[in-house]
Design a protein around this ligand. Structure first.
Ligand code: ADP
Ligand code: ADP
Length: 223
């Protein structure tokens, strides 16, 4: 089964106004387990909208979103929220870590919210942080970490509950080029070692070229 399937997705903002914005005009996409797909799009093309629809944060006007075998368009908010919590991890350009908690706690907390026992959550968090080279920084708060370290911690948090699908919106867009390269390598190592599928939006063609497949979002369609 594909991890994610989008069929005939359309989305228009400001419908009924003088200037409706037809952002998605029939998007089809299938991602298999373990596949890492690059999403390349000019600013304003609808990349965030597409990621939000794929991750069940937003609903399409038409079309079907199927996540891990469950057709979720038109299902209750409760069911969509549960599917999102169980199956999807999000990464953004900015880390959105909780400032008053340590790096470790930031990776532990979402696991506790998901019913994982504390000892197991701590073990899993420590392991994830070590795998991306920030194990020695686990007890620091985000403000004491560099931008690249903060972003690595955010990756660990997104993967802490072992989602089947990772959705990333410019995950290294806020970093200088050298840091961006290293942090991207760390992300790829993590994703590959878990075997999860990922859809990663980036403006960086070099990084996009290192993924399994590259899709462009243009004029509301993927190609
Ligand atoms: P990207 O992430 O590719 O920059 P977005 O998906 O954020 O693009 O937005 C695509 C287009 O839709 C942009 O023109 C944006 O201004 C518009 N847009 C996004 N969200 C809304 C909204 N809630 N209401 C109206 N227009 C929106
Ligand atoms: P991100 O990529 O982090 O989602 P954006 O700037 O694309 O950041 O959008 C932030 C939020 O604002 C999103 O929820 C998006 O739907 C909304 N948004 C974006 N563009 C518009 C717009 N033109 N009008 C209203 N809301 C918008």
């Amino acid at each position: 089964d594909p991890v994610l399937s989008l069929e005939g997705i359309t989305k228009t903002y400001a419908k009924g106004s003088a200037n409706p914005v037809a952002v998605l005009r029939g998007v089809d996409l299938t991602i298999q387990p373990g596949e890492v797909v690059a999403l390349v799009a000019p600013s304003g093309a609808g990349k965030s909208t597409l990621l939000h629809i794929a991750g069940l944060l937003d609903t399409p006007d038409q079309g079907q979103v199927t996540l891990a075998g469950q057709a979720l368009t038109g299902q209750s908010d409760r069911r969509r929220t549960r599917a999102r919590r169980e199956d999807v991890g999000f990464i953004y350009q900015f880390h959105h870590l909780l400032p008053e908690f340590s790096a470790l706690e930031n990776v532990v907390l979402p696991q506790l919210a998901n019913g994982v026992a504390r000892a197991e959550a701590v073990t899993r968090a420590s392991d994830l942080l070590s795998r991306v080279g920030v194990g020695a920084r686990a007890d620091h708060r985000p403000a004491a970490l560099s931008g690249g370290e903060q972003q690595r911690v955010a990756f660990c948090r997104a993967l802490a509950n072992e989602p089947r699908l990772l959705l990333a919106d410019e995950p290294t867009g806020n970093l200088d080029p050298a840091t961006s390269d290293q942090v991207f390598d760390a992300l790829m190592t993590l994703v590959r070692s878990t075997g999860m599928a990922a859809l990663i939006a980036t403006h960086n063609m070099e990084l996009a070229g290192r993924m399994d497949r590259m899709l462009r979002l243009e004029a509301g369609q993927l190609g």
